[in-house]
Design a protein around this ligand. Structure first.
Ligand SMILES: NC(=O)c1ccc[n+]([C@@H]2O[C@H](COP(=O)([O-])OP(=O)(O)OC[C@H]3O[C@@H](n4cnc5c(N)ncnc54)[C@H](OP(=O)(O)O)[C@@H]3O)[C@@H](O)[C@H]2O)c1
Length: 310
């Protein structure tokens, strides 16, 4: 991944209590890297809301939990309505799985990895971004969105069979989620100028992300994760390194940029031009429409016909 030399920011330590009065939501903050980030942000004084299936930080006073199965778009829609979007300073998306060897489908008819790792993020952004941070008092910075995935790795995505109904391979399905998340950053930066958008590429880190692919607790899984654990930072080390980046005022000018696990700026994948993004987003919205969420939307903030890419 090539470094992006145009983006310059300086890491400053974040003092304990520095985030008093700040509000953060981490979609996927119950496990792995999202959980490590939520604990760092809470330790610095932020009020953190985490969304996931299983809450593991009930002993930390300023971490709050919303339970949801985000493989379902109606659940993503419910969560978007519950979150205090207007008061949020920071919105982070870390929910994810890896596609299974055999295609899995949600009750709403969506390939499961696409639903969990990408499509619910698109839906939640459509509902949250227009309102994000607009009622904050005396905020020095625009509200921020960070999307975690694998940006800058050269994935353009294939939108012709986004739901993998004609053919399926776990890697191809997962790479569509990688490309989709990178495009959400680029699209969001253009579409919502009152918000700044960034993509995070953590590289390999030992977490539960590959359980669905290798089989949770299997020999293959244990060998792989042990090797990854030997060679890479822990989720806690990664989160400590990311904290100054998440909060740096220097980032205000660089909406639409991406960062590797060392918090260095990296270049986006080639080929993600406006036309390709528009077509990928249109295919994504077509799938969302099939789940019925647009008919039941409460906010009226988005419909594919009224919200073209700029
Ligand atoms: N770790 C790596 O090596 C690596 C490499 C490249 C990119 N990434 C990216 O980094 C991000 C975070 O991954 P991670 O490594 O932290 O993975 P992880 O440890 O498996 O955590 C994933 C999170 O997603 C939540 N989640 C999964 N399925 C869900 C569902 N159906 N409904 C609601 N929440 C659900 C989990 O919540 P519960 O535990 O509560 O179910 C957990 O909070 C992902 O976007 C991933 O693609 C990770």
């Amino acid at each position: 991944m090539a470094l992006d030399k145009k983006v310059a920011w300086r890491a400053k330590p974040v003092a304990a209590g520095a985030l008093q009065g700040k509000q953060v939501a981490i979609i996927g903050g119950t496990g792995g890297l999202g959980r490590a980030l939520s604990r760092e942000l809470a330790a610095a004084g932020a009020r953190v809301t985490v969304v996931g299936q299983t809450f593991r930080d009930g002993n930390i006073a300023n971490i709050h939990f919303i339970q949801a199965d985000l493989s379902l778009m109606k659940e993503a829609q419910r969560v978007a309505a519950l979150l205090p979007a207007e008061e949020l300073d920071l919105l982070v998306f870390t929910t994810g799985i890896f596609a299974a060897p055999q295609r899995q489908e949600t009750a709403e008819g969506i390939e499961r990895d696409l639903a969990v790792s990408y499509l619910n993020r698109l839906l939640m952004l459509q509902q949250l971004a227009p309102r994000l941070g607009i009622l904050r008092q005396q905020a020095a910075l625009k509200p921020r969105v960070f999307l975690m995935g694998y940006p800058g790795s050269g994935q353009k995505g294939v939108y012709a069979d986004l739901n993998a109904e004609q053919s399926y391979s776990a890697m191809a399905a997962h790479m569509n989620t990688v490309a989709g998340n990178e495009m959400l950053v680029l699209d969001g930066a253009r579409r919502y100028p009152h918000v700044t958008f960034f993509g995070l590429n953590p590289g390999l880190i030992k977490t539960g992300i590959r359980d669905n692919f290798f089989g949770k607790g299997s020999l293959k899984s244990r060998v792989m994760e042990t090797l990854i654990g030997w060679l890479t930072p822990t989720p806690e080390q990664y989160a400590q390194r990311m904290l100054p980046l998440l909060l740096s005022p220097d980032l205000e000018w660089y909406s639409g940029s991406f960062f590797n696990r060392k918090a260095q700026a990296i270049l986006p994948s080639p080929g993600l031009d406006a036309q390709h993004i528009q077509q990928f987003m249109a295919a994504s919205e077509h799938l969302l429409a099939k789940t019925g969420v647009y008919e039941t939307t409460q906010t009226g903030s988005h419909s594919p016909a009224t919200h073209p890419i700029r």
